[in-house]
Design a protein around this ligand. Structure first.
Ligand code: HEC
Length: 109
């Protein structure tokens, strides 16, 4: 019985670590693919809108956010006419979930 609890405790620690690692991955993807336009702290640049404190992220489902990232938003569907560039469709594998978690952490700041 004691052994069972030890294993359960170890498992809980592992799960804790892996969810932390996922959040860190989202940050790493952001740094390599999004930072140049959306800024280091998500506050936006001349090439991309602010994601920190973003109303869009706060009020959209994960699916809608992932869709903007994967399909982009250029041309007629652009929302922010004050920025000449559009949001390019980004190639991501299955790490979109971790990225969305990271964006949500930026959005509440
Ligand atoms: C080449 C510059 C550029 C890159 C790189 C880029 N974006 Fe964007 N992004 C934009 C622009 C410009 C917009 C605004 C488009 C519009 O007018 O609707 C935007 C819009 C968005 C929006 C919607 C914001 C809103 O308020 O509607 C999200 C979410 C987003 N980007 C996330 C990302 C993520 C995540 C990455 C990295 C995987 C990324 N972007 C990479 C330029 C960029």
């Amino acid at each position: 019985m004691k052994k069972f609890f030890t294993i359960a405790a170890l498992l809980a620690v592992c799960v804790g670590f892996s969810s932390q690692a996922m959040a860190a991955d989202g940050g790493a993807i952001y740094k390599s693919k999004c930072l140049m336009c959306h800024g280091a702290d998500g506050k936006g640049t001349a090439m991309g809108v602010a994601l920190a404190g973003s109303e869009f992220i706060a009020s959209s489902s994960d699916r809608v956010i992932a869709e903007v990232i994967l399909k982009g938003r250029e041309g007629d569907v652009k929302k922010y006419k004050n920025i000449a560039l559009g949001m390019p469709a980004m190639k991501l594998s299955d790490d979109t979930g971790a990225l969305v978690v990271y964006l949500r952490s930026l959005a509440v700041k």
